[in-house]
Every structure is written in C-alpha cells, then in structure tokens.
Write a protein that binds this ligand. Structure first.
Ligand SMILES: Cc1cc2nc3c(=O)[nH]c(=O)nc-3n(C[C@H](O)[C@H](O)[C@H](O)COP(=O)(O)OP(=O)(O)OC[C@H]3O[C@@H](n4cnc5c(N)ncnc54)[C@H](O)[C@@H]3O)c2cc1C
Length: 390
C-alpha cells in the first residue's frame, strides 16, 4: 500500500476490547512515541468476553475477575465515548458528544454486536430481547437465571450451546432451537453429532425449525414461534443467532459493509488506517470471499499485525492467520486449531470420543487442515503442528 506513519504522530484507536488494547500495547512496543487515544463506547474498562457465556453465567467468575490488566499509563483511554463518523479527508474521528479527534493513524477495533431477531435500535435499547455480548448482558442474565426454571436458547452455535450447557448445569429445563443441527458448521458432522449427543444426555431438548423462528409479543420474550407454527414457551428466551460487525460509523467514509471491514494482508484498510478483531473481514484464500474470524486469538494476532503495519507500512510482516478457538460445554473442553473444512476427513489420533478424551486431526486430500483436543492436554504449539503437518 505505502509506507507507515512512523513512530511519531497521533494515533486514535476506536474500540474498547481485546483488539484495541492489544493494538495500543503493540504500538508502544514497536516504539511509537506520539499520542495514543483509545475511544470505547462501553462504560467499563476492557474485559475478557469468553467467560461471559461460561463462568460469568455459572457464577465462578465475577465482573471483577474478567477485567483485562489495566492499560499502560501512556495511553489515553476514554470510556463512554462513541465514534459516530470518520472524516478521512481531514483525518478526524467524530465522537457522539460533537468532539473531533485528529489522527495521523487510525486503528479500527470496533468489534461486533449481537445479531437480534427483533428489529433493533441501539438508541432505543433492546426492547427486552436477551443476548450475551457484553458484561452487562451476562450480569443481567445470571440474575434472571437465578429466578427461572426454564430456558429456550435460539441458536445452536458455540454461544447458544455454551449458554444452554451453563443453564442446564444450573438446573434449568433447557430447549435449543435452530434451523440446522447444532454445531455442524463449526465442528463438522461427526464431532457435532457427538456434542449433540452429550447435550441430549444432559436432558436438553433440541428443536429443528428449518424455516426460522420469531419472538412473539413485546418486552422480554417468553415464547418462540417456529415458522412451522409450533409455539414453545419458557421463563426465559435468549437469542444466540450470530453477530454483526460494527461498521455503521464508517459508512459515510465509504468503508465497511455487511461482511465487515475489508483489510489487506497486513490488516490495512486504507493509507493511515488499519483494523483488527471481530470487525475485520479478509478474503479467504480458499473461497475467494470476504470472511470474518470472530475469535479471541484472531483479534490478538490481527491487532499486533495491524499495529506494525500502521507504523512500518510495507516493511511490516504480513499477517499469517493461524485460527485457534475453544469452547466448553457438557463437561467437554474443546480446543481447535485450523479450519475444519467441509469434506475433510476426521481421524482420531489418541483416545476416543466415547471416553470423552481425544486428540483429533482433520485432513483434506491427504493434507492436514485442522486439529482439536477434547478434554485432552496437548500444548497449543503441538496442536498447531498437528493441524498443519502431515
Ligand atoms: C459471550 C462470548 C463468548 C465468547 N467465547 C469465545 C471463546 O470461547 N473463544 C474464542 O476464541 N472467542 C470467543 N468469543 C469471541 C471473542 O470474545 C471475540 O472474538 C473478541 O472479543 C473480539 O474482540 P474485538 O476487540 O475485536 O471486539 P469486541 O470484543 O466486540 O469489542 C469491540 C469494542 O468496541 C466498542 N465499540 C464498538 N463500536 C464503537 C464505536 N463506534 N465507538 C467506540 N467504541 C465502539 C464496543 O463497545 C466494544 O467494547 C466470545 C464472544 C462472546 C460475546
């Protein structure tokens, strides 16, 4: 693209979570001496999101235990401040209070928000629909679970199944509704089926609604209507139907779209602008289509890469995706490296799924594409190697 901005100048980071914090840290590590201002719309200091659907709902984590270590003193961190626009010509980030922040370099780390089933206006609030995306959502849901006997989770992906597992562990009567069989997209048919069996063994009810669902009524939902006309009722209904990249504030600047904010191989968006984390879309080498990788490890790796590219431009090393994610549900702790591609073959290298402990490799056309542990202690470096080495 071009050279970087060097180690002087003013940098603005928009976002208040792991990508923003990691980028600010990496900028200093790589010698940036100018100002760094991080603008976050949240009222909280940065915190870790993965425990929100696990320990926070269970009660083994508290709001205090999920905070990320404090940001460096030489970074100006502003909470409760929302970026509402970008003036690329004048190099200004426009804030909701009317303030304009000038920048020489911009890091976009505005992440993603929960997709909702009902129409959603961020200014008007969520109209009662429950999701788990931020700390306040998790604290609220934990209190609601304490008073509830039954739960419907809409969505059988990672998040939905984690919420279902945690709620079942708390003794709630749990139903999961999805258009597709749970977790197949994430884990492939074989492992997904094993996970589904584990859920059924715990007494969870699974309902297929191929045509989708709606949440009837107003206020906090207590029912789900499937397109087949079935009405399911529970004390609590939680939507876990995916996420949407926070790109709207960039629209007038001609950046971003429904798929996310497209970056090049160094996490660059445009001269002087880089991006990292859940907001980012990259063109997949496999499919040629833009794709997000909304996982904790990707946010960290992209933030480091983006920081270097902002300072050094073409001299910075290219970002090399090395997907890694994990989930905990039904007593199964699963860690995955690589991409479980459609049509790949699963090989159990050690243990067995029946014994609830295994080391697994997926291959496609004879070449490894992914590896996973199920309740199995394998160092991450070794797992990565198994995911890539024949
Ligand atoms: C409940 C839950 C469980 C998860 N579990 C796992 C897991 O087990 N393993 C895993 O790998 N990943 C997991 N993830 C995903 C992981 O947490 C995300 O990939 C990671 O948080 C992405 O970080 P980010 O900084 O890119 O974005 P986000 O965490 O989405 O943060 C974006 C921040 O930017 C702020 N912001 C947005 N727009 C603006 C604006 N216009 N102005 C100012 N600030 C703005 C937001 O308020 C937010 O603080 C989980 C996510 C959730 C929600």
């Amino acid at each position: 693209m071009t050279g970087g901005i060097g180690t002087g100048g003013d940098i603005v980071v928009v976002g208040g979570s792991v990508a923003a914090v990691t980028a600010a840290d990496a900028l200093r590590q790589h010698g940036h001496e100018g100002s760094i201002t991080v603008v976050s719309e949240e009222r909280h200091a940065p915190y870790v999101r993965p425990p929100l659907s696990k320990g926070m709902l269970k009660g083994t984590e508290t709001p205090e235990s999920v905070f990320i270590s404090p940001l460096r003193a030489d970074v100006d961190f502003r909470t409760g401040s929302r970026a509402v626009g970008l003036d690329r010509g004048r190099r200004r980030v426009l804030l909701d209070g009317g303030e304009e922040l000038p920048y020489d370099g911009l890091v976009v780390a505005s992440g993603a928000r929960a997709r909702r089933l009902r129409p959603y206006d961020p200014q008007a609030g969520d109209a009662g629909e429950l999701v788990v995306r931020d700390l306040d959502d998790a604290v609220r849901l934990r209190a609601i679970f304490a008073e509830a006997a039954s739960l419907i989770v809409v969505g059988g992906g990672f998040l939905g199944m984690e919420i279902a597992s945690t709620a079942r562990g708390l003794g709630l009567d749990v139903t999961v509704v999805d258009q597709d069989p749970p977790l197949v997209r994430q884990f492939g048919a074989f492992l997904a089926e094993h996970m589904t069996r584990a859920a059924l063994d715990e007494g969870v009810r699974l309902v297929r609604a191929p045509g989708g669902v709606e949440l009837p009524g107003d206020g906090r939902p207590t029912a789900v209507r499937t397109s087949e006309g079935e009405l399911l009722e529970a004390d609590v209904v939680v939507s876990a139907v995916g996420d949407l990249p926070n790109v709207e504030w960039l629209a007038d600047a001609g950046l971003g779209g429904p798929a996310g904010l497209l970056v090049d191989e160094r996490c660059r968006v445009a001269p002087g602008i880089v991006a990292a984390g859940d907001v980012v879309a990259r063109v997949s080498e496999r499919t040629g289509r833009p794709r997000r990788s909304p996982h904790w490890g990707s946010a960290i790796a992209q933030a480091r890469s983006a920081a270097m590219a902002l300072l050094m431009g073409d001299e910075a090393p290219a970002y090399r995706p090395s997907p890694y994610y994990w989930t905990e549900q039904w007593g199964l702790d699963i860690k995955v490296c690589g991409e479980i591609m459609p049509g790949s073959t699963l090989n159990i290298l050690t243990g067995s799924l029946e014994a609830r402990s295994a080391l697994i490799q997926w291959t496609r056309d004879g070449a490894p594409v992914a590896a996973a542990t199920v309740n199995h202690r394998t160092p991450l470096a070794k797992l990565r190697k198994i995911a890539t080495t024949p």
